[in-house]
Design a binder for this molecule. Sequence first.
Ligand code: ZN
Ligand code: ZN
Length: 110
Amino acid sequence: MLDLALHSTVVDEHSLGVGYSCPCGCTPAVTYRRGDAAALEGCCCGNEFAVGPDAAMRVSRRPGFDIRLDSVPAPWAEVVPVAWAIGPSAHPAEDHDHDGVESDIVVPST
Ligand SMILES: [Zn+2]
Ligand SMILES: [Zn+2]
């Protein structure tokens, strides 16, 4: 099974940075704020990544894409659902850039 290397970073007590390693080689990430609808990031390869209570509803259901579900612990003692739509493409598009959330503190998910 594809390892998406889900990881999360505590931004502050009300927000959580969550990212993964996409099969295409980039590392999309979003910041989810407590109480918000799911944060969504589309990768250049067509995959989608969502973090929040309605994550599974936010990713597109498209032919050839697998829906993957996981969750990460949040600093406010909840578990935040994570969802992906993972397609067959492992190659980034030419226009390859993301506004990633970067931090030194990376908490591996369990
Ligand atoms: Zn990308
Ligand atoms: Zn990708």
